[in-house]
Ligand binder design. Sequence first.
Ligand SMILES: [Zn+2]
Length: 244
Amino acid sequence: MKKVLKITLIVLAVLVGLVLLAYGAMFLKLKHETSGFAPIETGRVMDNIYVVKDDFSNVYILRDSLAGYVVIDAGNSPRVVAEQMNTLGIDPQEVTTVLLTHSDSDHIGALGLFDHAELYMAREEEQMINGTTAKFLWFGNMLPRTDYILLDDRQIVHIGGLKVEGILAPGHTAGMMAFLVNDRYLFSGDIASLKDGKIAPIPAFFDMDNAQALRSIDIIRNLPGVEYIFTGHWGWAEYKTTTK
Ligand SMILES: [Zn+2]
C-alpha cells in the first residue's frame, strides 16, 4: 500500500511540475512577444483624437461636440488609464460611449472607469464572453457588464456627430471589429500591427485563428477612403503609406 502511495505521489509531482513548466514557458513567451509592442505616448494625436498610453496598449479618445468623449478600447490598468487621462484633463466620468474592438483583458481592464458610458462591440464577439468560445484552452474572456449593444459587420451608428462603421475582422478573436470613424479614421484594434510604417500581422502567438486573421488584414488594407489607421499596440500611421 505504501508503495502505491509513493508512486501516486511521484506521478502527481511530475504532473504538477509539467504544468508549472508549461505555464513558465508560456509566461516567458508572452513577455517576449509583448516586448515588441510599441504603444505611443499619451497626448493629442490630431484633430479631436487623443491617445492614452496604458502599460502596453493604447486607448484612443475622440472628442465630439455632441457626443462628448468616445473611447475606443478601455485599456488594461484602471489606475494607469485614469492617471493618463488626468494629464489630458479628461474625466473618465465624462465618457459617454465605449467602443470595444474585442474583449481581451488588455482592452477591457479599465472599463470600470466608464460605468456611465454606452458600450458597443461586435455581435460575433459575444461568444467570447458568454462561455461559447474560449480564447485559449478552456479560458474564456470576461466582461464586467451585460448591457452592451451588439453591432453587425458594416453596421453604421451615429454617436453624436460621429459616424461609426463596424468592420468585422476576426482571427485575433472570433469577433474582432475595427471601427471606421467619419469614413477617414480606422481604429483597427489587434488585427494589425505597424512595421516600418506599413500594416503587418500581429505575432501569430496572439491570434486564435492566424489564417483568418491574415484574411482580415486584407479587408483592413483595402478599405476605400481611409486616411489614418490607429492600432491597439503599435500607434498610428497614414493609411496610404501603410498600404502601398
Ligand atoms: Zn491587445
